[in-house]
Structure formats: structure tokens, C-alpha cells
Design a protein around this ligand. Structure first.
Ligand code: PDD
Length: 290
């Protein structure tokens, strides 16, 4: 194991990552009983922090775990982590679990949540992916019915992503009852006849912060979009397919199940949204937006 001296936060303390430990009976370790957030940082500024903290509130409510801190307290700790790790571009990971207790499926009484925050460098998305796009495969969505909760229990997502990797693709696009939901770790957009379409929010997909921003940017720039239910056939006939996430921003999918998407190149609607997204990031770095 290589040593890691990045500063992390664990249960009230700031300390080097290689000195941070949790008890083996932590319910995150034993049951995957917890929730998380991934927050990108650009120019030392946390991207859409208020939205991430609101989604964290919803995830905590979804697993019936009290939020131990106010949004101001979270902001203070998160900003300290960003600064202690050199500001710039980072990907901040925040996780809460239901604490440690003897193993029992029922909730323990009087257990303190475990709170952990770490940060890693946020690498720019590889130029080759932006130039050529990525490949995806469609797979059955084998996850549970509470996918709006950002739960740390990600075994189905991991298995689906690995299946995509072993098929030579970067992402699995998930299909539940014939309808597209999202990627294994990303939200999904299709473009048909210049209209952006994305599955509506609900229990079968994560309400992505990047997804919301894309729709905001579309609305502000008079680009037509629809939120709704879309079938596998619409995915297969799309002019463009995109994936969105905090760490990958907006990526064009140019191959689906070994067939070209549209003309096999990143499309014009993606180019436009990518530009708007980059402009938004610059405005954030300049302190003009949150
Ligand atoms: N995942 N859907 C799923 C299942 C995800 O895991 C993610 C992000 C998204 C996109 O959400 P956002 O735009 O808020 O990042 C959608 C993170 C990045 C992860 O697990 O690392």
C-alpha cells in the first residue's frame, strides 16, 4: 500500500488519510449502510454545493439517518478539506454511515453516524474521449427501487460497470422494464431531431447535479428538452447519446452495443452543451455563480 498523506476528515478530526481508521464493525463496512456525495471543485470552489447538500439531506432521509450537521457546518468542513488539499481542481468524497455497533440488521440505538470526507485530484476529462466519444452497452437494470438515494451499497452498479469494461465499453446504460434509466454511475441523455430527452426523476435514477445543470443551461439558451419515459428503441435510434456526472461532466457516447450512434462522431448538440458547461465552470472560478 502506498502511503497517502492527503488530509481527510473523520468524525470531527482532520488528519492524514493513512492515519484515518474506522472500527471493523462500522455498518458501512458490514452492511453498506450509508450514503455519499461526490462534489467537484474547480479553482478551489465547491461546485453547486447547496444542491449537493440538499441531495445529501434527501439521501439521509431516505435511509432514516439524522443529518448530524447544518449546511453551514458542512460547508466549513468541506472548504477546509479543499484548502488543506491545495485548492485547485478536486473531487471531494463525503460519506456517512450508521456508525459502528454489534452486527444486527435492525438499527442500533444511540449510535453516532460515521462521517468521512476525502479529496482526490480531479483530472480533466481525457481529450480522446471528447474527440471520439465513448462506447456503452445496454444492460438490464438489476438495481433496487430506491435509486434516487445515493447509497454507498453499489454492488449492482459495480457489476454492471465491470461488465461494460469487459465488453470494451466505458459505461453500462441501464434498462428497466424496457425503459432507459441511467448509466451505472452517470445520468443519460438522448438527442432526437434537436430535442434533448432525459428520463424523468423518480425512484429509478439518481437526481444528478450535473443533469440538472445541463437542463438549466438548455432552458437558459432556448434549447428544447423533454423529461419523460423513453424506451430502448429511442436510445437505439437517437442522433446523439450523452452521459453526465460530476467527475466526467458531459460525455458523448458514439457507440452503443457495437453500433455507431448517429454518424459515429460527437454531435453538434453535445458540442453546444459542452461549451455552455465549460463557460459555467469558468464563471464559477471567477466567482460569478455558485
Ligand atoms: N456518481 N447516476 C448514478 C448512478 C451515479 O452514481 C452518478 C454519479 C450520477 C450522476 O450524478 P452527479 O451528476 O450528481 O454526479 C448518476 C458519482 C460521480 C460516483 O459515484 O462516483
Amino acid at each position: 500500500m502506498t502511503s497517502n498523506t492527503d488530509t481527510v476528515y473523520l468524525n470531527g478530526k482532520f488528519l492524514p488519510q493513512d492515519q484515518a481508521f474506522v472500527p471493523v464493525m462500522d455498518r458501512g463496512f458490514v452492511f453498506g449502510d450509508g450514503v455519499y456525495e461526490v462534489i467537484p471543485v474547480y479553482g478551489g470552489r465547491l461546485f453547486r454545493l447547496a444542491e449537493h447538500l440538499r441531495r445529501l439531506d434527501d439521501s439521509l432521509a431516505g435511509i432514516r439517518l439524522n443529518n448530524p450537521m447544518s449546511h453551514d457546518q458542512w460547508a466549513g468542513i468541506l472548504n477546509r478539506i479543499v484548502n488543506e488539499n491545495g485548492a485547485g481542481e478536486q473531487s471531494v468524497y463525503l460519506q456517512l454511515t450508521r456508525g459502528h455497533a454489534p452486527r444486527d440488521h435492525g438499527f442500533p440505538q444511540d449510535t453516532q453516524a460515521t462521517v468521512f470526507i476525502s479529496s482526490s485530484p480531479l483530472k480533466p476529462v481525457a481529450e480522446a474521449l471528447l474527440k471520439d466519444g465513448v462506447a456503452a452497452i445496454s444492460l438490464e437494470d438489476i438495481r433496487w427501487k430506491h435509486c434516487h438515494i445515493k447509497a454507498i451499497a453499489l454492488l449492482p452498479n459495480i457489476l454492471l460497470r465491470q461488465q461494460a469494461i469487459e465488453a470494451g465499453a466505458q459505461e453500462a446504460i441501464l434498462i428497466r422494464d424496457g425503459l432507459i434509466t441511467e448509466g451505472a454511475a452517470s445520468n443519460l441523455f438522448i438527442v432526437k431531431d434537436n430535442v434533448i430527452k432525459t428520463p424523468a426523476k423518480g425512484p429509478f435514477l439518481l437526481p444528478g447535479i450535473t443533469r440538472d445543470l445541463i437542463l438549466e443551461l438548455a432552458a437558459a439558451n432556448n434549447i428544447q428538452y423533454q423529461e419523460g419515459s423513453f424506451g430502448l428503441n429511442e436510445l437505439q435510434q437517437a442522433d446523439e447519446i450523452w452521459l453526465s456526472s460530476s467527475t466526467k461532466e458531459v460525455l458523448p457516447v458514439t457507440r452503443l452495443d457495437d453500433k455507431a450512434v448517429g454518424n459515429g462522431q460527437p454531435g453538434p448538440a453535445w458540442q453546444q452543451i459542452r461549451r455552455l458547461y465549460q463557460d459555467y465552470k469558468q464563471a464559477l472560478i471567477a466567482g460569478e455563480v455558485e
